[in-house]
Design a protein around this ligand. Sequence first.
Ligand code: WQD
Length: 353
Amino acid sequence: MTRRILATGGAGYIGSHTTIELLKAGHSVLILDNFENSDRDLVARIPLIAGVGEVRLIEGDVRDARLVADVMKQHNIDAVLHFAGKKAVGESVSNPLLYYHDNLMGVLSVLSAMRDTGCRRLVFSSSATVYGAAKILPIPETAPTSITSPYGRTKLMAEEMIDDMATATEGFRAISLRYFNPVGAHSSGLIGENPTGAPNNLFPYIAQAAAGLRDRVQVYGGDYETIDGTGSRDYIHVVDLARGHVAAVEHLMSSLADPVLHRRVNLGTGKGYTVLQVIEAFSIACGIEVPYHIVERRSGDAAASLADASLARALFNWSPDFGLVQMCRDLWRFQQGVPEHRKRGLRKLLSAQ
Ligand code: WQD
């Protein structure tokens, strides 16, 4: 059944990939984005890549509660996927108030608009960062939380705000999806994560080093208690993550009301890879050497993180399809196209497909 979905931050990395999967699943999507950390011209690509459906776009700020409520009323929104927010851990440490203002005002605005317009289904973009350096792996949703940055604290506080909204609002249901490490890009090579400046995260850094845009990858630490001493993470292909959102919102919209008002659900693969394993996989998958050198640990990093993803499977029959090689190959295809995306018009690029 077609649902009318509001995707705040829907032009962003996760939001755009999720919008494509929502269109393919037959839903209609309205994107609200202020393009502070996303690409305006990418929105036009979404229906072309999906091959079906139309995307409507409202340019605006999710922190404007009146705007969000007006949009929801005018478009008779059935469910909200709230992606909009800042996500740079380091920046949140140096500028915590900016993160409290942007991330928490955004959630407050969405919840207020939902309360006022009668929309009662929410999927929230949360993060495995709320677990901190977990002592037991893999990490189930029942694991204790441990905040290691203001960014992580905004995610946990937002989850708790959603708890209170669910308790106070008849019929309200929510799922907070705790992402492990989203990586890769859509197989078309036309959308992906293209951070401005030096990437903080491993995959985009590797891709830029492979493209000769960076001298070499700095491997943060070679003395962790892992198979080769480098940090281990649970990387999940961004399209698998996007499909997890579709499964979550369809679960919320199904007639069988979940007795649990607000669920936290991990989205990860349950497989961990170290930095050196990723670098090797990228080199083999893409046939290109990735220069690197091992340096000091990065402060705040955990040795390892790994999802127990069994709840997503049990609750809405979701499991990941793509492995590490596909994550590397899809990212590399996007990275190679990045200069082209800037130089050529979209139509020419699509005709070259
Ligand atoms: C992965 C591994 C690094 C860069 C972050 C956020 C988290 C979430 C996902 C939003 C670690 C190592 C990295 C580099 C390296 N984002 N590394 N050289 O830190 O696990 O998670 O992104 O929700 O909140 O914290 O991801 O890609 O930065 O690091 O050696 O240049 O790669 O030490 O072991 P992280 P990452």
